[in-house]
Write a protein that binds this ligand. Structure first.
Ligand code: ZN
Length: 200
């Protein structure tokens, strides 16, 4: 059944395991690498793949990725550590960060509660957030999970979990379309959503 030699087939399968990459695209990538990439470039490419796991770790404070003990946001003395913006993913953090407007710090959940995918609160980075709130390290929590059923469920859960603590909980609202994924929205929509956050 294999059309290609095993090593090429393995590479095709590796590409196919990436999101949104089907068989045809995976074949194109693999053949491109074989035919067009010089060995030196290929070594750089594979080294950068390996170093992702070797050199990058999660920031223990917020769940962002970093090569240091703390991420560059948590270790920045200019950032307001009392304001914490809760996002689903590292990609959402980078999307909001690229606007250069937000001056607080983040907390990355690493997903959302999803009954269909079997993701529960125990799979998410929630304990350290609760700990921070419990220790009065946070004045305001901005819940910026996506406007999807799962995002909304997760925001409600967090609100319920933390409601008895002395912390202001807000939720970004205006401009976020239902079903909207933050990382696909334009800057203006996200800024409006941040400005329009309300007590939650
Ligand atoms: Zn951090």
């Amino acid at each position: 059944m294999n059309k290609y030699p095993n090593s090429l087939e393995n590479l095709i399968e590796a590409f196919q395991s990436l999101p949104s990459v089907g068989r045809k695209t995976a074949e194109r990538y693999a053949l491109y690498i074989f035919s067009n990439m010089e060995e030196e470039k290929l070594i750089d490419f594979s080294n950068s793949l390996i170093s992702i796991k070797k050199d990058i770790k999660k920031c223990p404070c917020c769940g962002n990725i970093t090569e240091n003990d703390l991420c560059n946001i948590c270790s920045d003395p200019q950032r307001n550590k009392k304001q914490v913006l809760v996002v689903e993913s590292i990609k959402d953090l980078y999307t909001i960060e690229s606007l250069k407007e937000y001056k607080g710090i983040y907390h990355v959940l690493g997903g959302v509660i999803s009954f269909s995918k079997g993701i529960t609160i125990h799979d998410l980075n929630i304990d350290s957030l609760e700990e921070k709130v419990k220790n009065k390290e946070v004045n305001e929590l901005i819940l910026a999970t996506n406007a999807t059923l799962e995002g909304e469920t997760t925001a409600r859960y967090l609100k319920e979990l933390l409601k008895d603590y002395d912390v202001k909980i807000t939720r970004i609202a205006h401009g976020l379309p239902v079903g909207g994924d933050i990382s696909y929205l334009d800057e203006m929509t996200i800024l409006k959503a941040m400005e329009g956050r309300r007590e939650y």
